[in-house]
Design a protein around this ligand. Structure first.
Ligand code: C2E
Ligand code: MG
Ligand code: MG
Ligand code: MG
Length: 295
């Protein structure tokens, strides 16, 4: 088609765009049956303590192995699942699957078990009985609520957030940790967020990338991260850095007193089986793992 765009400007038919749209539609309709057919699975990425390198948590990350299209990235299908509402059954499956794995890990390694972090989307907060889904996943799996963290992005919580906030309060009351994901990418308002039951901030990779640059923007980045961490700590909130890929980022984050880190420098997301092996070996993720980094 040719779309009229403003005065006297025509946009040409774009085959790429049309193909993408067809793919999107097809994906959207196959998503629900795909859940039942077991096309989704979870990977788990370690969250590491910056003080001693210990594995403190794992984030569950969903993957779709499409029979014809192969691996599809969550950045593609999560948005689509949000639009179509498929996020509700998919989100429920993710919670159940992740909690049952984490409960097995907790039973196998006992005390000092890393917590499980699961991503939620705003539509799940609005449209499903997310509190009931979470409590049921905990009950069925036997995972202690204190070992579950739920991640929401700040834009999901800002704005007209009546019901999501109510749900968050109920979840926090049940003993679940709440984390703000991708912190710093939206209209960060820590004063507002501090009124929510927030236990952790996940500092977006954008800030992490700024470490180790020697120009003025680099030193400004250090200042901002240090101030953010201090402010979070004064509110009783811990800070996890995302997307840590290089040594100088680790030292920068340590200097800023950041608590946990997650990224390819420490470990890529791995299968449940690989994470089980990692936990049973009792070794921290290949620590300062340059070997893992380049996998
Ligand atoms: P996110 O929650 O911010 O997850 C972190 C993303 O960063 C993951 O991408 C992870 O693989 C990637 N990552 C980890 N370490 C590094 C690193 O050192 N460098 C770089 N460049 N990237 C790193 P992934 O798995 O592709 O997921 C993308 C986004 O999709 C997630 O961002 C999250 O918003 C969404 N997502 C993934 N799994 C789920 C899920 O189970 N439920 C929901 N609702 N959303 C999910
Ligand atoms: Mg996340
Ligand atoms: Mg994130
Ligand atoms: Mg992110």
């Amino acid at each position: 088609w040719a779309k009229h765009e403003g005065k006297g400007r025509w946009r040409c038919w774009e085959p790429d765009r049309a193909a993408r749209e067809v793919t999107r539609q097809r994906l959207a309709t196959t998503m629900r049956p795909a859940i039942e057919q077991g096309e989704f699975h979870l990977e788990y990425q370690p969250l590491v303590d910056l003080r001693d390198g210990a594995l403190r948590g794992v984030e569950a990350l969903v993957r779709w192995n499409h029979p014809r299209l192969g691996r599809i990235a969550p950045s593609v299908f999560i948005g689509l699942a949000e639009e179509t509402g498929a996020i509700v059954p998919l989100g429920r499956w993710i919670l159940t699957e992740a909690c049952s794995r984490a409960a097995e890990w907790a039973a196998a390694i006992g005390r000092e078990c890393p917590f499980l972090s699961v991503n939620l989307t705003v539509r799940q907060m609005w449209e499903s009985d997310v509190v009931r889904d979470v409590l049921r996943a905990l009950e069925v799996s036997g995972l202690p609520p204190a070992l579950l963290q739920l991640e929401l992005t700040e834009s999901d919580l800002l704005g007209d957030a009546g019901r999501p906030v109510e749900a968050l309060n109920e979840l926090a009351h049940a003993g679940v940790r709440i984390a703000i994901d991708d912190f710093g990418t939206g209209y960060s308002n820590l004063a507002y967020l501090s009124m929510l039951p927030v236990h952790a901030l996940k500092l977006d990779g954008m800030f992490v990338q700024g470490f180790g640059t020697t120009d003025r923007s680099g030193s400004r980045n250090d200042t901002i991260v240090t101030a953010l961490v201090r402010l979070a700590h004064s509110l009783g909130i811990t800070v996890t850095a995302e997307g840590v890929e290089r040594e100088e980022q680790v030292s920068g984050l340590r200097a800023a007193d950041c608590d946990l880190a997650q990224g390819w420098y420490f470990a890529r997301p791995v299968s449940a089986e690989d994470l089980t092996a990692m936990l049973l070996r009792g070794t921290p993720p290949p620590g300062a793992g340059p070997a893992v980094r380049d996998r």
